[in-house]
Design a protein. Sequence first.
Length: 410
Amino acid sequence: MATIRMDSLIKSIAAALDIVEIGLLGASTNHGKRIAVLCAQMGKFLGKNTEEITALAVCALLHDSALTEYIISEKAGEDHDTAMKKHCEIGQQNVDALCFKTNVKDFVLYHHEHADGSGPFGIREGEGSLEAELITIADSIDVAHHLQKLEPEELPVIRNIIINETGKHYSKKAAQTMLEILDLPTLLSLKDDVIKQTALVSLSPWIVDIQTETVFGLAGFVAKIIDYKSVFTKKHSTQIADKAWFMGKYYQYKPQELAELYLAASLHDLGKLAVPSDILEKPGKLTDEEFEIIKQHIRLTWELLNEVEGLETICQWASNHHEKLDGSGYPFGKKASELDFNSRLLTCLDIYQAISEERPYHPGRSHGDTMLILNEMADTGKIDKDIVKDINLALAPYDGKDLPPPDNYR
């Protein structure tokens, strides 16, 4: 049985989401980790068990997982409350997909509510879950005061703000709990240079079988988050994941390898969350500088996934998808002898999807026209000729159609 450290993987995903939040909203670095640490400590103070604390901390890590949907809603002209509701609703759907053993109802859905009912859903103190109120106070304080930069002498000021906002912004129980745990040692543990270690100590290991619904749920919603970076890539990661699953079935992979391939395909563009949308959606040719920025997304994918215990092979498959057999790819310049079959497969599927879907610099293409380009690349020794032949046979019946998702998932 293959297992992965789910808590570690989610920390890496949260780090990628922090990059988006920093770029779009000017949020502070390591925001997600700090909210998770504060919520874990509040959960422990309240006497919650390990499973309950893990669920709370993971929801805190992913509380802004629907940030890209919020940004798109605001760009589309929706009012603030409507956009915020969508952000919270989709964020709740994301954590629900993780199939926790304990209830997480409304933990993320109501994390922007206020005790006096002035939040987007009008939920007052006690009408939602206490966990949502704990995420609310941790999130709000960190956004407003950048706790990683707060000096020790400023801590009494923050504590007074919490007291003054009790009953208005914060519920009484959440405020009392935060005041209990937000002391000087806790504040110092939230600094950027130590937060990674603090999070490691604060969050208990969450180890799961890679074939469980929890992993598939995570893969599905992370792929959607990545795709939402641009209107032109709204199906890119999800369709590569579905095509990878389909091709794995075509090759009669065993369930474990099939699940690993699906996860690698879902996460292959995780680092693209750091690429500015104006580059992703540029209608003309990229400048050399812009192309270098694009290329860095794979190195970031590797950095984020390389730290996750149990994800070593998946990290390689995901990070190799722009490498070429002749060594002309990036970012590592690997050659044929360094690229295993599934790395080659994801490369071919990534190219197929990018060529066939509409982009700002080209219209969508038919299966036949897509295969002309793949065959040319195979003939020049850049990609695997046998895999290209298999893709042609397997995907021809789906010309112009989306591949279905794996059975029982998404």
